[in-house]
Design a protein around this ligand. Structure first.
Ligand SMILES: [Zn+2]
Ligand SMILES: [Zn+2]
Length: 169
């Protein structure tokens, strides 16, 4: 998602409307992968604030992920507010601000990395297909969202194990 800011750089205070659509490659998460199932959209604007280009707007996407509880794949909408500040590499500050991003002297700003990061920051620590997801049976691995398995309830299982231990000792 590249923006040519050559013209925008000429006038302080100038603004450029942005409406972009682009395919994003999958994102590697620690436990699974986030696969975009439709192109990511961005609507917003870029502004020249003097020595910086500020990009604001909203990014939308739809991705397939793996549920941390039941391990099934599901799709989820992604929506992130974007507010990014960019400086040109030859105007880099002496003490770079960690929140600011650099762009090259060809005046092209790629906002895709900022959008990808914003999407990832929105993900919960545990990605679940549904808050009510029952996950997998710890004993047989059956997906409990599809119904009960034939394993005994925990209580009976515990009694059975205890009875076995008693018998074996
Ligand atoms: Zn699930
Ligand atoms: Zn089971």
């Amino acid at each position: 998602m590249r923006i040519n800011v050559e013209a925008l750089r000429e006038e302080k205070g100038a603004t450029m409307a942005l409406n972009m659509v682009e395919e994003f490659p999958p994102v590697d998460l620690t436990r699974s992968e986030l696969v975009f199932v439709e192109p990511v959209r961005f609507a917003g604007q870029a502004s020249n604030t003097g020595h910086r280009i500020v990009v604001t707007g909203e990014a939308y996407g739809r991705a397939r992920a793996t549920c941390d509880r039941c391990l099934s794949e599901f799709e989820m909408p992604l929506e992130a507010m974007i507010l990014e500040t960019y400086y040109r590499s030859d105007e880099a500050p002496n003490l770079p601000d960690e929140d600011e991003r650099e762009y090259g002297e060809n005046d092209m700003i790629d906002i895709a990395p900022a959008i990808e990061q914003a999407f990832i920051l929105l993900l919960p620590i545990r990605i679940v297909c549904d808050e009510a997801c029952r996950g997998l049976c710890a004993r047989c691995g059956h997906n409990l969202n599809e119904g009960e398995c034939s394993c005994l309830p925990d209580e009976e299982w515990g009694l059975l194990q205890r009875a076995k231990i008693i018998r074996e000792t």
